[in-house]
Each structure stands twice: as C-alpha cells, then as structure tokens.
Design a protein around this ligand. Structure first.
Ligand code: GDP
Length: 327
C-alpha cells in the first residue's frame, strides 16, 4: 500500500491501518524505516494531538487493573483511548511483563479503546523509538488520551516520562512505615503519585502511605511547570473503581494550567530535542558496529586486551581514524 493511502486511512480512523502502521514502525528493516519516516512526516502535518499520560509502577501494584478501570471510565465519558507499553523485560528475556493482551480483557473489547503490547526489541533505545512513533500514530488517528505504561525498573521511566505530558507513579500501600525505596529521581519525575489498593483492609495503610509521599513531595524543589499543590499524592482503588474520577480531574487541572502557561509547549519542545539528540547518538553508535568502523574498533580492542595500549589512548586513535575515514 502507498504511504499516502495508509496515512489517509489512519486519519479516517481505520484501526487496521493503525495496527499495520505500528507494525511498520516496529520493523528494523531499512526500507520499512524509510516508509515509517515518510508516514510520520505525512501525519505530522495534520497536527492532531492527544493527552499523553505516562504510568509507571513495579509489577503487582495494579497497573493493568488501573489502566483498565481508568480507560473504561474515559471511554464512558466519550473519549477514545490508546494504551501502549514500554517493557524492558521483553528486550532481555523475550518474556514480557506488559505484553500480555489478556491482562485488560474488558478494555480490549471496548471499541473506543486500542491496546498494543510492547514490541520485542533488542535494546531499550529501540523500544523507545518504536513506542514514541506509535504514540505519534495514535495521536494522528485521533485518540483523545494515549496511556503509556512501563514497569518501574531502571531507565524505562525516563523513556516514558520523556514522551508524556503527564507522568503518574502508581504505588501500593506500604506494609511498614518506610517509604518504598522509590528513587528520588523517579519521585522528581512524577506529577501525581497514585497510591492504589485503597480499599478494604488495605485502606488505612494506603492512607498512611499517601500521607508519607505527600510529605516527601513537599520536600522536593518547587518546579516552575507546576501550579500550587503539585506534584501531589492521592489514593485510588483500581479494583473498586474509586478515586479515578478525582484523579482524572487533577490530571486535567494540571494539564490545563500547563497549556495556559506555556509549559506544555515547552515540555513537548524539550522532549523533541531530547529525542533528536538520542537518535543522533544511537545512529553514531550503530555506525560503530558496521563496516570499516567495526573492524577498526575490533582491532584496537584486541590490542587493549593484550595490554599493548591503554584504553584511553586506543580510543583516541580510533576516533582519529574514524574522523579521517569520514572526511
Ligand atoms: P500490575 O502487575 O502492576 O499490572 O498489577 P495488576 O493489575 O496485575 O494487579 C496485581 C494484583 O493486585 C492483582 O491481583 C489485582 O487484582 C490486585 N489489585 C489491583 N488493583 C487493586 C486495587 O485497587 N485493590 C486491591 N485490593 N487489589 C488490587
């Protein structure tokens, strides 16, 4: 199919065309990459935008339960919702934590929802690019909200935060009175901390955990992109579908404020800049792994291992040779 046709069908909200386009952006084949880039450029001209919400949390905190309840609430309000995932586990073991479609059975049957599991790629950079491009496709399609989910391990939160307008951190009630070892860097990324499972016997613990995190958030430096009261912590129950409406209202309030005060545009611009640099970096690294560059690096590595030259001196020589071969 011609790229212009695929583009038209996506703009007309043809779901099969969307699925096909996502498969295209997930492909690593050079000709597919070129087509994907052309398609994305086509669609960009239409300037459709969705609210992108990132959601992170460790396995078991209730991400899929939350996304299902929250997603169903949004579709009941008349919105179209897409769910995408960045799953670093699928890159390592081939087994995916987030990829299983049956996790959100009710939502996957909702005609106003679209769920796409994480692609299995060899590295997080690859997953990041594909997810980012899938987000762009979903925006062009006309979804109102795109939820981007990730497991809270390592770098994947940064990846998701850098492609979201709002970043949510989902936590479970703590057993003791300790904060749950959430890294400061991740707390600083969060716009709203949602303490899930605030129901039944767990409710008192959830309230305590929420108060602890609210206190911890107050100690963080005030960010210019936040109105008073943000970032904030609140309790929800994904299972009892409690607090979801309030959470949505808070998200909207924050997003509206940022839009009115120029922070929304600035955030998207700085994200574009981040991904541009990331792509250049990845491209340069990829070049090191092919052709003459790979041979030069390989030979020098052997000399370094044999103790014939120091790592820094060897690296300098490699960079010099690469420079010469590219001019
Ligand atoms: P994920 O691994 O983060 O996607 O977590 P799941 O959504 O699969 O939920 C893990 C477990 O927590 C399941 O047994 C859920 O039924 C349970 N769970 C999720 N949300 C809630 C909630 O709001 N309250 C309670 N009590 N349990 C929940």
């Amino acid at each position: 199919m011609k790229i212009a046709d695929l583009s038209d069908r996506i703009l007309k909200q043809d779901r099969r065309a969307l699925a096909r386009a996502i498969t295209l952006v997930e492909s690593a084949r050079a000709d597919h990459r070129a087509q994907a880039t052309e398609l994305l450029e086509h669609l960009r001209l239409h300037k459709r935008q969705a609210l992108r919400i990132g959601l992170s949390g460790t396995p078991g905190v209730g991400k899929s339960t939350f996304i299902e309840s929250f997603g169903m609430m949004l579709t009941a309000l008349g919105m179209k919702v897409a769910v995408l995932a960045v799953d670093p586990s699928s890159t390592r073991s081939g087994g995916s934590i987030l990829g299983d479609k049956t996790r959100m059975e009710r939502l996957s049957r909702d005609k106003n929802a679209f769920i796409r599991p994480s692609p299995s790629q060899s590295h997080l950079g690859g997953v990041a690019r594909r997810t980012r491009e899938a987000v762009a496709l979903c925006e062009a399609f006309g979804f109102d909200v795109v939820l981007i989910e990730t497991v809270g391990v390592g770098q994947s939160e940064t990846v998701v935060a850098e492609m979201s307008d709002l970043f949510m951190l989902l936590l479970a009630p703590a057993g003791g009175d300790e904060l749950q070892g959430v890294k400061r860097g991740i707390m600083e990324m969060a716009d709203i901390i949602l303490v899930n499972k605030a129901d039944g016997d767990l409710k008192p613990a959830a309230m305590r955990t929420c108060a602890d995190y609210a206190g911890a958030l107050r100690l963080l430096r005030k960010r210019p992109q936040d109105p008073d009261g943000f970032p904030k912590a609140m309790t929800v129950s994904a299972l009892a579908e409690d607090g979801l409406q309030t959470a949505w209202e808070e998200m909207c309030a924050l997003n509206d404020w940022r839009r009115q005060n120029g922070h929304w545009d600035r955030r998207r611009a700085s994200q574009a800049d981040y991904w541009f640099h990331e792509e250049v970096r990845q491209g340069v690294l990829a070049r090191l792994q092919t052709g003459a560059a790979r041979d030069i690096v390989g030979q020098m590595a052997a000399q370094v291992q044999a103790g014939e030259i120091a790592p820094t001196a060897a690296a300098d020589q490699v960079l010099e040779q690469l420079q010469q071969s590219s001019t």
